[in-house]
Structure formats: C-alpha cells, structure tokens
Ligand binder design. Structure first.
Ligand SMILES: [Zn+2]
Length: 59
C-alpha cells in the first residue's frame, strides 16, 4: 500500500483555531504578564487593568 502522508497545514479551520488561540489572552498593564482572556485580575501581580492582546497576523 502507498501511504502518502498529507498534512493539511493550510487547513483554514485549523488555522482559525490557531489564530483564535493567539488572540485569546490579555496582557497585564502593570507587569506585562499573559493572562487568560476571561481573567479579571493579573495572576502575577493582581492588577486589574488588563488589555486584550492585539495580534496582527500578516501573511
Ligand atoms: Zn500583572
């Protein structure tokens, strides 16, 4: 049998998930730590000012 291993890297569905994962976090304005998107406080310094990560994906 001939198994041609094709990895669909350009799978738009997988890419959408990957892009979403990259955008799904917040950055602490105080210490710059990465926090979950649903976090209300920084897990490192407990600062409450978190900004969503702005990632521009250029291809
Ligand atoms: Zn912090």
């Amino acid at each position: 049998m001939d198994f041609s291993s094709e990895m669909p890297i350009e799978d738009p569905e997988k890419r959408a998930i990957a892009e979403k994962a990259l955008l799904n976090y917040k950055i602490c304005r105080h210490c710059g730590a990465k926090n979950p998107i649903n976090a209300t406080k920084c897990r490192r310094c407990h600062w409450t000012l978190l900004r969503p990560k702005k990632a521009k994906l250029k291809r």
